[in-house]
Design a protein around this ligand. Structure first.
Ligand SMILES: C[C@](O)(CO)[C@H](O)COP(=O)(O)OP(=O)(O)OC[C@H]1O[C@@H](n2ccc(N)nc2=O)[C@H](O)[C@@H]1O
Ligand SMILES: Nc1ncnc2c1ncn2[C@@H]1O[C@H](COP(=O)(O)OP(=O)(O)OP(=O)(O)O)[C@@H](O)[C@H]1O
Length: 268
């Protein structure tokens, strides 16, 4: 069985306070994007994992796909499998790539071995693997709060818009990015700002990680400025970076200026 774990972008990201467990509460909208890895799972004599494509730092035995398998094997009599991951989505990019791989592994195992786990049970397992993981179980636009793993409906559709993602070959660790932020309660909840027309977002919808990361990495704010200069209706950093995205009414004319970076473009 093969599936295609996709990336996400954050439409706004407000970090409101630090929790007693060391994590941060946030407000954001997660929006799925069609930049994908490929994940294959087949029964095998022993558990095996390998990946192709972008190199994944760290021990393969600690890969989030393996962790997802082991999490379910602790509760169910799962047979051994061979997991193959073709890694395309950049890492340390704010695109949730590793989290998607973990969530899609849970979903594949649930389907392949008829575990009959409900959506909310799968989300509970996903939460144990990472804050972003639970989103990828339903994988639809949501408003999220708390650690980024509690979801509410949001009436938002960017259908018809065009998205450009620029990954500037810069790995930003999520933990380090959180360590640099100063949490702050917003005057207006993000959901109210997102309910206004997208043309207003440039002045109202922000990503709090930009405040601490842009001074350290001027390239990131330069990329955002370039996307606005190309006509983006809205541009921002995704998650804890380093990907900068632009939302356009129509495909932008000239992306050659980003040739040295990894660029993804497509319809939303
Ligand atoms: C930046 C976002 O991508 C926004 O969508 C997410 O909040 C990050 O989620 P994630 O990569 O799944 O993060 P996790 O693997 O759960 O946590 C990595 C590290 O980030 C910090 N962390 C993460 C999520 C959160 N709400 N508060 C935090 O402080 C913690 O130091 C944690 O040790
Ligand atoms: N399947 C996987 N894909 C990517 N990274 C993985 C995976 N499994 C484990 N990891 C580990 O997670 C680290 C990346 O985590 P990090 O949260 O910074 O990035 P991310 O998963 O690309 O998404 P985001 O930046 O949105 O959180 C890698 O350095 C790697 O050690």
């Amino acid at each position: 069985m093969v599936t295609f774990p996709n990336a996400k972008i954050n439409l706004g990201l407000l970090i409101t306070d630090k929790r007693s467990d060391g994590f941060h509460n946030l407000q954001s909208c997660f929006y799925p994007v069609d930049w994908t890895d490929a994940l294959e799972l087949i029964p095998a004599p022993t558990l095996a994992f390998n990946s192709t494509g972008l190199p994944i730092p760290g021990d393969p035995a600690q890969n989030l796909c393996v962790k997802a398998y082991e999490l379910l094997r602790a509760d169910f009599a799962l047979p051994p499998v061979r997991i193959h991951l073709q890694k395309n989505v950049p890492i340390g990019a704010g695109l949730g790539g590793g989290s998607a791989d973990a969530a899609f592994t849970l979903r594949l195992l649930n389907d392949r071995f008829s575990l009959n786990l409900s959506t909310s049970q799968l989300e509970d397992y996903a939460r144990r693997l990472g804050s972003d993981c639970a989103f990828f179980i339903q994988n639809k636009p949501v408003y999220c709060t708390e650690k980024g793993d509690v979801f509410a409906e949001i009436a938002i559709s960017l259908k018809g818009y065009y998205l450009v993602l620029i990954y500037p070959n810069l790995v930003i660790s999520t933990a380090e990015a959180y360590a640099r932020v100063r949490p702050q309660q917003p005057e207006t909840p993000l959901i109210n700002l997102l309910s206004q027309p997208i043309t207003s977002w440039r002045d109202t919808v922000s990503n709090d990680f930009e405040t601490s990361l842009f001074p350290a990495y001027p390239l990131l704010s330069a990329l955002k400025t370039q996307l606005y200069a190309l006509g983006a209706v809205y541009a921002s950093m995704s998650g804890s970076g380093s990907t900068i995205y632009g939302i356009f009414d129509a495909p932008p004319a000239d992306l050659n200026q980003f040739a040295q970076y990894r660029v993804w473009q497509g319809k939303l």
